[in-house]
Design a protein around this ligand. Sequence first.
Ligand SMILES: N[C@@H](CCC(=O)N[C@@H](CS)C(=O)NCC(=O)O)C(=O)O
Length: 235
Amino acid sequence: MAGGDDLKLLGAWASPFVARVKLALSFKGLSFEDVEEDLSNKSELLLSSNPVHKKVPVLVHNGKPICESMIIVQYIDEAFLVGPSLLPSDPYKRAIARFWAAYIDDKLVTPWVQSLRAKTEEEKSEGVKQTFAAVETLEGALRECSKGEGYFGGETVGLVDISLGSLLSWLIATEVMSGTKIFDPVKTPLLAAWMGRFSELDAAKAALPEVDRVVEFAKKRQAQADAAAAASETK
Ligand SMILES: N[C@@H](CCC(=O)N[C@@H](CS)C(=O)NCC(=O)O)C(=O)O
């Protein structure tokens, strides 16, 4: 509990969106109650806390729910003036950070999820193509935002680092399963170095799911999807 505050996180261990909130809490040094949801049988608390989307993460702060991962991260930064600031104080720099955080969701997460859930080879290769295009753009963004320091936030981790960092266990798991580097040290050297640097931070290690566990989870989910597809073909 943070200085008398009651913080409860409704989450699911494998969710990269939940990882964003865990990362923000971890970098701020805030403790919280980690409530694992069964997404196939959602709790009353989740349904009443996020009646619009019914999704995790939800952060419940002193009984008040906050939804949507990046909104929660920004809330944590504003509500708890402890630890490092995740957003810059300069309004222009804040706007730039929010721009790139939104870009990661629209242009990286969306096609990448499409490639992971694709039903046809065409859909998969389109998703992969768009994912790699976004990664190349993010290499340029990292160059611009970091100004030669280690992170999108400059010397320290900021909003964009959390947005992208939350995907790391899944990105590495995808690399392990496909044999293809997403942050290629030759094509995107800055991002590859950033990934190594971010993964080594204690706060990140504490918040991110283990890669082996994600690989196992992803394989199981793929097998279930394949079995469902095969069953619908025989109908
Ligand atoms: N835009 C949301 C996405 C959250 C999301 O997709 N959560 C998934 C878990 S990774 C979920 O709760 N899925 C349950 C469902 O769709 O019923 C955010 O950033 O918080």
